[in-house]
Design a protein around this ligand. Structure first.
Ligand SMILES: *Cc1c(COP(=O)(O)O)cnc(C)c1O
Length: 410
């Protein structure tokens, strides 16, 4: 049984996007990179990708997306919380899974049961994860998050001297990586991006000195305590460094460091208002079919509130997808859908389970294909356009595509 409205998820496009991004990074030339950066890119170690699959892989379906990315060579994935990580493990994902979210009030058993890598971004999380690791008699590798100006999660960049010694001394926690997150990478006008970059570079340098000291103090303990060889190794190596979301990745190769963390780009969309020459393909398209065509007379209204009023006789196509499916109310009178290769306006109120489009003058019948996101004939609507129409970002458009809509994978 399948409804007429479906989201098609093209896993080959996803894999191709992953490979294009990996090649772009490997080629070492950031589009829009600061021309002042004259460092030879080929002299540094290869940057690789942490593939972000949080929020059900931006609405695409996390298990399928994660497995496809593993198939394309991804070795590290990232999700928002422990529950998402556990769902990925249940789906058979074997790659390393980094959890971004704060953990101070989470049920931490999943970290150990599902071999997830936590982010430690607050002193509370450090204490909670340390206590849980002690309970499990395990050492656990973690990523340290530094707040360089987003003022959300992370240890403040300007207070590390006070906060880090305790964390680095936690007996069951091994620092594997250090990262930050940019607040304004998608705003080319904002100087805050560069400020965050400089603060982060300083914080990483400062951390190195702490970490060396800490390792010195603990070297005897590391030699004698019982822990896995992996932990012993990670305790002895330099933590790796990452910072770049999609926008930062496009904007400045200086923030690529050891890993980049794209989400939106993997799904084939460039964060607005940025542009890119990397040939990415949108992974998800949204399709439906006309279920009825209604003739209305001049002066008659359509739908709740009769918000559309026909000035002359009109033909209205009824499409079985509404706000319960994530199609925003504000599309009414603004958005378009594709029918018979034409852009036709969404008219009248979007309701819970259906919307209506003005197909006057077109030869439309029940059963005709409707494209809500995607292309048909020469025409095309992507999530970026839909987002712009309703004053939001493509991230929200993708994440809101409802659970009632079946994802079909090909
Ligand atoms: C969501 C997220 C990303 C990916 O962001 P995009 O803009 O989709 O590339 C990267 N890092 C963190 C910490 C995130 O939360």
């Amino acid at each position: 049984m399948i409804r007429p409205t479906v989201a098609r998820v093209d896993l080959n496009a996803l894999k191709t996007n992953y490979r294009y991004l990996a090649a772009h990074i490997a080629a070492g030339t950031g589009v829009g990179a600061d021309p002042a950066d004259s460092r030879p890119h080929d002299s540094r170690p290869l940057t690789t990708i942490i593939a972000v699959v949080k929020a059900n892989a931006y609405g695409h379906g996390a298990p399928q997306v994660a497995r496809a990315l593993e198939g394309a060579g991804a070795t590290t994935l990232a999700c928002a919380d422990i529950e998402e990580g556990a769902a990925l493990r249940a789906a058979g994902v074997r790659a390393e899974i980094l959890v971004f979210g704060a953990l101070s009030v989470s049920d931490l058993d999943g970290l150990f049961d599902c071999r997830l890598t936590p982010t430690i971004s607050t002193p509370g999380a450090a204490r909670a994860v340390q206590a849980a690791a002690a309970k499990y008699h395990q050492r656990i590798r973690y990523h340290l998050k530094i707040d360089t100006g987003m003022n959300r999660l992370g240890f403040r960049f300007d207070n590390l001297r006070r906060t880090l010694p305790d964390l680095l001394a936690s007996p069951n926690l091994d620092l594997d990586a250090v990262y930050t997150h940019f607040a304004t990478a998608d705003n080319p006008e904002s100087p805050h991006f560069n400020e965050q970059r400089v603060r982060f570079d300083r914080a990483v340098a400062e951390l190195q000195t702490f970490n060396r000291k800490e390792r010195g103090e603990r070297s005897e303990e590391i030699g004698t305590s019982i822990h896995s060889p992996v932990s012993a190794f990670s305790a002895a190596k330099r933590p790796y460094v990452h910072a770049a979301n999609s926008a930062a990745l496009l904007r400045d190769s200086r923030v690529w460091y050891d890993r980049v963390r794209p989400g939106l780009l993997l799904y084939g969309l460039v964060p607005p208002p940025l542009a890119s020459t990397i040939p990415l393909t949108p992974v998800m398209t949204l399709h439906s079919r006309v279920v009825a065509v209604k003739g209305v007379r001049a002066g008659e209204g359509v739908g709740y509130g009769l918000k559309f009023n026909a000035e002359s006789p009109a033909s209205i196509a009824i499409i079985p997808a509404g706000y319960a499916d994530g199609l925003d109310l504000r599309l009414s009178g603004r958005g378009v859908v594709l029918i018979r290769g034409r852009r036709v306006p969404i008219v009248g109120a979007v309701s819970m389970d259906m919307l209506t489009a003005d197909v006057t003058g077109l030869d439309v019948s029940p059963g005709d294909e409707v494209v809500l996101i995607g292309s048909q004939g020469q025409e095309r609507i992507d999530a970026r356009e839909m987002a712009a129409t309703i004053g939001t970002i493509p991230y929200e458009v993708l994440c809101r595509i409802g659970s009632r809509i079946e994802r079909v994978y090909d």
